[in-house]
Design a protein around this ligand. Structure first.
Ligand code: GDP
Length: 302
């Protein structure tokens, strides 16, 4: 969609320009591959993903006896698409269940845009006619509960909360009971994002996970890790840490509107094997878009 494309304009502007100089070279040679590598690395595609992309491109060029740099463009977008889609069938958007309460667990470090994304996602589902309840499971960060309540008011959904400092698993337990009692379709659970005490946080997340699974078999139906696209390798590190502690089923890449380094989506997909499911393209309620690989590649190249 137009929104997706315009939100990614920083990345596409810098990539399209740089790529065009590659495709306008006079011949396919070592210099061309090197220039391409530099462009991909600069866009935060990551070293490993970049190497793989360029290797695959070399192979295709040989096999198909490609001579013209201009002909690399479709080959390259095909390769990027394959990496983004991964091995399995791509599933865009969310895992939710139709006739029972769906539970979505949010994890991620403070400041990445977790609260904002929860608000946006609540809005997204409400627009689809779903009844949404939020559980204020970040009882640690000062102001986190109130901030979630502000979003709850803005979107028009209930927020289940306890006092600051209370047990997150207890809040989420209550959230489940309340969501059931109110006939909600979707419960979105916030969690703490303090990484200063990593072990402690990971234990807390495991407990939350256990409580949810005990109350609603098969839940959480989705565990979304929120990453700030502007933080590059830092985001990759966070992803590894959270992925070890909880089974992350999808990534939300926030602040994609503020970076020319949207290539991080490829690095994440390749390194973690977890699909990017949503992208944040601004601070407002409707600035969250389902991630679509084809649209993404299209936005970057056309
Ligand atoms: P949390 O600590 O992870 O809950 O982070 P917040 O939700 O409070 O977000 C931190 C800041 O990032 C806020 O100023 C948000 O408005 C901003 N933010 C969140 N998502 C996006 C996004 O997709 N694009 C932009 N430009 N800003 C965002």
């Amino acid at each position: 969609t137009q929104k997706f494309k315009s939100g990614l304009s920083k990345t596409s502007t810098s990539l399209v320009g740089a790529m065009d100089t590659v495709f306008r070279r006079s011949k396919i040679d070592e210099d061309l591959y090197e220039e391409l590598e530099e462009i991909l690395i600069a866009a935060d595609v990551g070293v490993n993903a970049t190497m793989e992309i360029v290797e695959r491109l070399r192979t295709e060029v040989k096999e198909r006896k490609v001579k013209e740099p201009e002909a690399l463009k479709p080959l390259l977008s095909e390769i990027l698409l394959e990496i983004l889609k991964g091995e399995e069938e791509e599933d865009i958007g969310m895992n939710t269940v139709d006739d029972d309460l769906s539970i979505i667990l949010f994890v991620g470090v403070n400041g990445v845009g977790k609260t904002t994304t929860i608000g946006k996602l609540a809005h997204y589902y409400k627009e689809q006619g779903k009844k949404v309840v939020l559980a204020a499971g970040d009882t640690f960060r000062a102001g986190a509960i109130e901030q979630l309540e502000v979003w709850g008011d803005r979107v028009g959904v209930d927020v289940i909360r306890h006092q600051a400092g209370s047990d997150p698993a207890a809040v989420i337990f209550d959230g489940i009971q309340a969501a059931r009692a109110r006939g909600a379709d979707i419960l979105i659970c916030d969690t703490a994002g303090r990484l200063q005490n990593k072990v402690n946080l990971m234990e807390e997340l495991k407990k939350v996970h256990r409580v949810i699974g005990r109350e609603v078999p098969g839940a959480p139906h989705e565990t979304l890790l929120v990453l700030d696209a502007t933080t590059g390798q830092n985001a990759m590190k966070q992803a590894q840490i959270f992925n070890e502690a909880t089974r992350v089923t999808g990534i939300v890449l926030t602040k994609m509107d503020g970076t020319a380094k949207g290539g991080i989506a490829l690095a994440i997909r390749r390194e973690l094997g977890v699909p990017v499911k949503w992208v944040g393209l601004g601070e407002k309620m409707d600035d969250l878009q389902p991630f679509d690989s084809e649209q993404f590649i299209h936005a970057l190249f056309v």
